[in-house]
Design a protein around this ligand. Structure first.
Ligand SMILES: [Zn+2]
Length: 174
């Protein structure tokens, strides 16, 4: 901690961040590729997804799903929607040919929602469903099929036509 504070001062004066922090034994959380368009699209998508979740809450007949929706709304309000730090940037690489628009780390209690560069090209409607998917993970669900099933149910309860994510086929979800 002392080391960090001292280095913080040095960083301010010399702006020699990386090597100094490395020398201090701090893990670097630096993000060199900040895609502001993608982040801003995600912010717009966040507000859209909150509207959809309100709608889904009104119409779902499943009390467990209702509770889950309340939880993911809190998650979407609390967590940062940010470009991934360099250490995680590889997680934006395509998986089986599918573009990865966003991801979370396995540390569900603390993970931000990382927004991959270029994801804005799909627009905020696409991204709003992606955020619901990622927030479902952060509510504690690791399994992609279970997340996809809930994601599609929420979209349907919000009177939206869900797009088929990359897991739908293998999970047998239409
Ligand atoms: Zn997922």
């Amino acid at each position: 901690m002392v080391c960090k504070q001292k280095m913080g001062r040095v960083v301010l004066i010399l702006t020699l961040s990386l090597n100094l922090l490395g020398a201090c034994g701090q893990r670097s959380d630096t993000t060199t590729v900040v895609d502001q368009k993608a982040e801003s699209n995600a912010q717009d998508a966040q507000s859209l997804s909150m509207d959809w979740l309100d709608e889904a809450k009104l119409h779902t007949t499943d009390t467990d799903l209702h509770d889950t929706i309340v939880e993911i709304q809190e998650i979407l309000q609390e967590r940062n929607l940010v470009s991934p730090p360099d250490a995680y940037a590889a997680s934006c690489s395509p998986v089986s040919g599918n573009f990865v628009p966003a991801f979370v780390t396995g540390n569900f209690r603390n993970s931000d929602i990382y927004i991959c560069p270029g994801s804005d090209r799909f627009g905020k409607v696409f991204m709003a469903q992606v955020l619901i998917h990622e927030a479902l993970h952060l509510s504690g669900i690791r399994d992609e099929c279970e997340v996809t099933r809930l994601e599609v149910q929420i979209m349907t309860d919000a009177f939206r036509i869900p797009y088929r994510n990359g897991y739908a086929s293998e999970c047998g979800i239409n």
